[in-house]
Design a protein around this ligand. Structure first.
Ligand code: GLU
Length: 552
């Protein structure tokens, strides 16, 4: 090394840095069983948790754990300008909430776990700088002093000449400057970034292999990308290579917006003389927009933000099962065959992921899955989870639920525990409100037109008499069959047919049919035309409330 280069490096890296060999010793290769995968999710904390981020995390975690491996949460916060405070913890909290278990990395309390940390890139500054320093010593990287104005002029010139834009080849003016020239620039107070001296030739084609996309021919990278910014922190591209190497990542599963960067990433691994991990670039979740498929967009779609599902009150396992279903289309069959199994037991497959050209987001499907899951909850679980949700998102509902817990649980248990076909009309905790509203006097509404319609259906029957008679015979211990048998007897007395078909056979013979009597009672009690079983509703409402509402 020349004296000038030595001096330049000392100026650029005045601190006492360990050597790359020291880091390699500190983070030895992991001792894992054959086939065990080490995966990671590496969000940049720049705002909310993207639905696609949860999708990639879930896939990475399941692949790791099903192979006996390790799943890491790494925070890629090297771009300090774009960082939004608190969002790294938000991501950790989201993983925990949705049961995606990270073995290493950031925890919700802001601490970290694992022996390969720190797992937050801004805390790994020394590590990156050691490697960058070595690359400069080896002539594989160099300081560049091009100002923003010079770079802008270069871009304009390239555009005017129809050339590819960027800092490469003969456009990379600092690439071949001597250490002496760099020293002059540095000593004159100019700030330096460090660029990779790319050995690539854009005319050369390389074959890249992606586990999901397959084999593709791509041009070699020839861009002298910035690997260290003026603030002394590395760029994402460089940091990810160092981290995935030192953390022993075997499989990088990430969004396919990173696929075009693959030649660069492979080149970085080659320059550092490391074996690159396997890459699996996921097709993004798509959405139908005016008949066209497009990527779920952070800016346009509220469904892109995980918070949307939380505020809407989807149970976490519904989201997870929906995402598993998007990842592997055979999940549904598996779930049908294993209704009681933990969804962790579903073997996630890379092969099946590869068949997907970007799964289509379908809210109806999510709602169906969610209804099935809520139908499987006990009344007590549904109560607790709805209350938990409501405490954050619907204070009125929370108050209603907690005022008389027993009553609320009885309402929630209608057509639930111990029945062969539990009710499936609740898709989100937010919908519990509308399902229980009429059980409470302050939530009960009686639309006048419904009542009028029900009365009109009972052509000429004295509905007051009918209701009074009904109340005489009503016992709150009656099972639904008895309840209905009693209503039928009463119907006959008032000239109502015992069924719709009987009525239709000869309408002139009847004043209507038994269903119309049930409809009137239903509307008077609930203000609705559709409800769960009326007898069960009445048992829960209790005599006082029934009497109050049935006085017509
Ligand atoms: N920090 C990158 C992102 O947020 C991660 C890319 C990668 O997984 O390599 O998209």
């Amino acid at each position: 090394m020349t004296d000038s280069l030595d001096k330049l490096i000392k100026l650029l890296f005045p601190e006492d840095l360990p050597t790359p060999a020291d880091w390699e010793k500190k983070y030895p290769p992991r001792q894992l069983a054959d086939g065990a995968m080490v995966t990671r999710v590496a969000p940049s904390p720049t705002g909310f948790v993207h639905f696609g981020g949860l999708y990639a995390s879930l896939i990475s975690e399941r692949l790791a754990h099903q192979s006996g491996g390790i799943f890491i949460l790494r925070i890629e916060d090297t771009d300090k300008k774009r960082e939004v405070a608190g969002t790294a913890e938000l991501f950790a909290a989201a993983l925990q909430q949705y049961g995606i278990i990270s073995d290493e990395g950031l925890k919700i309390d802001g601490q970290e776990k694992g022996a390969y940390g720190p797992y937050t890139q801004s805390a790994r500054r020394d590590i990156y700088r050691s490697y960058i320093k070595e690359l400069i010593q080896q002539g594989k990287a160099y300081p560049c002093f091009a100002s923003p104005v010079e770079l802008e002029n270069l871009r304009a010139r390239q555009e005017a000449q129809g050339e590819r834009s960027g800092y490469y080849g003969h456009f990379a003016t600092w690439r071949d400057k001597s250490p002496e020239e760099a020293l002059v620039a540095l000593e004159s107070g100019l700030s330096a970034v460090i660029r990779l001296k790319s050995p690539g030739n854009f005319q050369n084609k390389i074959i890249v292999e992606d586990l999901l996309i397959g084999r593709r021919e791509m041009p070699e990278n020839d861009q002298d990308i910035i690997i260290m910014k003026a603030d002394g922190l590395p760029t994402y591209h460089f940091a990810h290579a160092i981290d995935d190497h030192l953390m022993g990542t075997t499989h990088v599963v990430r969004g396919n917006e990173w696929f075009p960067s693959l030649p660069l990433h492979l080149q970085l691994f080659a320059i550092l003389d490391w074996q690159a991990p396997f890459y699996a670039h996921l097709a993004p979740i798509q959405k139908l927009d005016a008949g066209n498929k497009r990527k779920l967009s952070k800016r346009k779609d509220q469904e892109a933000n995980l918070e949307y599902y939380q505020s809407a009150g989807y149970p976490e396992e519904a989201i997870i099962e929906y995402l598993l279903n998007l990842a592997n289309s055979n999940f549904e069959d598996w779930r049908r065959a294993n209704p009681a199994s933990d969804n962790r037991d579903f073997p996630l497959s890379f092969k099946k992921l590869a068949n997907s050209s970007g799964p289509l987001f379908d809210l109806n499907k999510l709602n169906d899955i969610s209804k099935e899951i809520i139908a499987r909850l006990s009344a007590n679980e549904l109560y607790k989870r709805t209350l938990n949700w409501a405490q954050k998102y619907d204070k009125d509902l929370a108050l209603r639920l907690s005022t008389d817990q027993d009553y609320a649980k009885k309402i929630l248990n209608i057509e639930r525990e111990g029945v062969i076909k539990p009710r499936k009309d609740i898709g989100r905790f937010a919908e519990v409100k509308q399902e229980i509203e009429y059980f409470y006097d302050e939530g009960f509404r009686m639309p006048a037109e419904l009542k009028a319609e029900a009365l009109a259906d009972l052509q000429g029957v004295d509905s007051n008499l009918l209701i009074n008679d009904f109340l005489q015979t009503y016992e709150d211990t009656d099972e639904p069959e008895i309840w209905f048998a009693k209503l039928k007897t009463l119907a006959a007395k008032y000239g109502l047919a015992a069924s719709m078909s009987e009525y239709k056979a000869d309408p002139t013979k009847y004043h209507g049919q038994v269903g119309s009597a049930a409809k009137l009672i239903r509307i008077l009690l609930t203000g609705r035309t559709q409800t769960p079983n009326l007898c069960l509703i009445m048992q829960v409402m209790g005599k006082d409330r029934i009497l109050k509402r049935l006085k017509v």
